[in-house]
Design a protein. Sequence first.
Length: 482
Amino acid sequence: MADISLDAQGAVQGGVAGGMQTAAPGHSKGDAQDWLSGIEKSNLTPRYYLTIGLFVLQEMFEFYDFFLVGYLVSVLAPSWHLTYGQSAMMLLSSGVGAIVGSLVGGMLADAFGRKMMVWGGGLIFSLGAAGCALIPDGAWILFSILRFVVGFGSIAAVSAQNPLIVEMTPTRYRTFVSSMMVAPVALGTMFAAMISASLLPVIGWRGVAATGAIPIVTSLLIAWIAPESVRWLLSRGRSADARREAAKLLGVPENCVTLPKAIEPTRKPGSLSELFQDQKRFWWVVVIWTGISTGTYGVILWGPTILSQLLKISAHEAAHYFVYASIASFLGRLLFSVLPLYIGRRGAALVGTSVSVLVMLAIVAFHHEFIAGWSVFALLVIFGAAFYSGSFSNMSPYVVEVFPVSLGGRAFGLAQAANGVGKILGPVCLALIAGSNDVVSPKATADAIAPAFLFLATCEFAALIAIFAYRREPHGKPMDIG
């Protein structure tokens, strides 16, 4: 990939084969698109790769911190004698924080830039995650508050990070690269399972919770190294800043990059009401992300507890099973990074949600069964992770690509707000079905599995219908700056 060009960052004078034609007079979006296309023959630079590497680490840690709570609660629920309602509050508080963080982060990313929200949100969620290790025993309310902070910071960062990746990557490589960037999420969940399985018995839940401070380092490195989105700068009419950032990313003097024609911003950024003006696209985002998130997080967050109660095993033994589920999720994200290249974003989304519905219905029917000593419930969760979790590699950039750059942060923020609703509905559904005031027990858990997973399958099916109804395909098409 050494010769890949970066179409989002500018035109290098005299250094691009064939040169670049001078843009016609006037402040038009066409001029800006001409300027962007002028760098198609420029090579990617070490700073680009380093930025991508830092984003990979950051996103991995964001979801490591986020999913670690499932294993912590599986330890704390029995030892603190928590009810289903209290346990669900500890699980869903990060989902509430994610809703607030996604909307705030998306608005700020469109108003003030992508980069600030990426590293700033990273610092917030790291400090919140580390703080959980310092609370007194039994303080489930304080634990829930800190998990709110984790949810707020992590998804505020994600709401800016995904648009930044999409906007700084060449159009012809955007589908693959932007999808692959979501794969580290599965590594984060895998490491959460591995750390919990191996270290919970050794350093206890407080030591495991303290590992949440690690992303402070990556956040500071991103603040130092990562570029701002040149497409976003152009959408705000900041052509001089766009040229400066293009020069930095390309590793050339600023005077070697042509100054693009300015775009006069049509509106001040920041209002969520702009998204609602296109109601079809608005509700498409809401239904899809609420549906797939409810199904996915219902399995991931309650999965360790369900498995430990169903099989009557310890929390760290249940975590071993979810290491396999995390590996399947990672492989699924690789699959859904390649699949859109052949059948498009929409086709890949239909495949992912269809299989997810079938897997969850199979859990309803066969969760009590065993095959060769393996729990069918565990096997289906592991296999299904490749689809209900793996398909996020396709869905995350899909949302950004169907909106113009000027709305990219808020569009992805809306998706993550719906994602946050799913993070709440998933854990709450089992708690309500099992009885929120009942203490977590094997019998109550077993009785709740069938109705809970029927509900999760229904949510995935709603997302499937929405994907089928909206036929726009962004794969291989340039983004609208406007």
